[in-house]
Design a protein. Structure first.
Length: 336
């Protein structure tokens, strides 16, 4: 029986320091159960157990970190062995980590894959090993190169953008412009969310609302600050700032506050991060779309348990956890 890794790689962030990726050089999958596999930060013990590997992408991404923490919590409660790693938001590191994990004989590979195309070799590895691959939050291209044991779990990013568009259709003034804070140029999540927003505006007959400017921020707050500072210099009036995620919008709000130009702008985020909820309470951000990290983590653990207990991965359907709208009217329901 193949040797299995049982240690959980505890995910922590201390003073903004990123955990190291759990990719490691391993001599053989035939090491004894008492031996350890050396990673950049921790040693992973090996024994004969069903093991799930999950790479969160990077602890610098707050939503991925929250999602991973919930996975660890519910996996522990369910008695499911999960190794959680992070790869500094680097697709190449995810592939290297996958190679190391495959050598150890994992039973499921899962992750928030950083690039829809670049991470396809991980799906190919899973196909060669005949194990399921679970893509969370972001889909891989062509459903993992058409691999029959590929499963997506998360929320439909198009739907999150569509909710933004529906709200804007009801609340944006006539002939409003949108200044859009995107993620990355090749980021399928960003593309789907923006397309959803534009589709909702069209469906609601708000063809008067146009996107004036789009900038890529990589989902980072400091980039939101930088982009907004440039926009404030270039435009006398900014109607709506909409983000593919919350943090860049929070950064843009800080820049606008510094320039005393908050009042005339509508601020719309996505993900329902704690910072966004606090901003809504302060009457700064107008709305966000809640992505349920806890609900997604529960669904992830449930799926892994089904597969562990003998479910046919080829017959498992993709798992979608719906988005929800948050405004000042219901923000208190989401505060913890």
């Amino acid at each position: 029986m193949k040797k299995r890794i049982i240690s959980l790689l505890l995910v922590t962030v201390i003073s903004g320091t990123l955990l190291g990726c759990a990719s490691s050089n391993t001599d053989s999958a035939e090491k004894k159960a008492s031996e350890k596999v050396t990673s950049q930060e921790d040693d992973l013990n090996v024994q004969d157990d069903f093991t799930v590997w999950f790479d969160m992408g990077g602890s610098a991404a707050p939503y991925c970190l929250k999602f991973a923490n919930y996975i660890e919590q519910y996996a522990k409660e369910a008695g499911l062995n999960v190794i959680v790693t992070q790869s500094d938001l680097d697709a190449a590191k995810q592939i290297t980590t996958a190679e190391s994990m495959m050598l150890q004989g994992i039973d499921i590979a899962a992750g928030c894959w950083m690039d829809v195309n670049s991470c396809l070799p991980i799906a190919d590895m899973c196909k060669e090993a005949d194990i399921p691959i679970i893509s969370t939050l972001l889909s891989l291209a062509d459903e993992g190169n058409g691999y029959e044991k590929y499963i997506y779990l998360g929320s439909k990013n198009y739907d999150g953008g569509y909710i933004q568009g529906e709200w804007l259709a009801e609340n944006a003034p006539e002939n409003a412009g949108i200044w859009y804070l995107s993620g990355q140029a090749a980021d399928l999540q960003s593309i789907d969310r923006q397309e959803g927003m534009e589709a909702a505006l069209a469906d609601k007959g708000r063809t008067d609302i146009k996107i004036v400017a789009t900038e890529y921020t990589g989902g980072a707050m400091d980039q939101g600050v930088s982009v907004m500072e440039n926009w404030l210099q270039a435009y006398d009036k900014i109607d709506c700032v909409v983000g593919v995620a919350d943090l860049q919008v929070i950064g843009a709000i800080e820049a606008a506050k510094g320039a005393d130009r908050m009042e005339d702008t509508i601020w719309v985020g996505l993900d329902g991060q704690d910072e966004a909820l606090e901003s809504i309470v302060k009457e700064e951000m107008d709305m966000t779309v809640f992505q349920d990290a806890e609900g997604q983590a529960k669904a992830f653990v449930d799926l892994c348990i089904r597969l562990r207990d003998g479910a046919d991965a080829t017959k498992e359907e993709d798992v979608f956890v719906p988005f929800k709208i948050i405004t000042a009217d219901n923000v208190n329901d989401y505060l913890k």
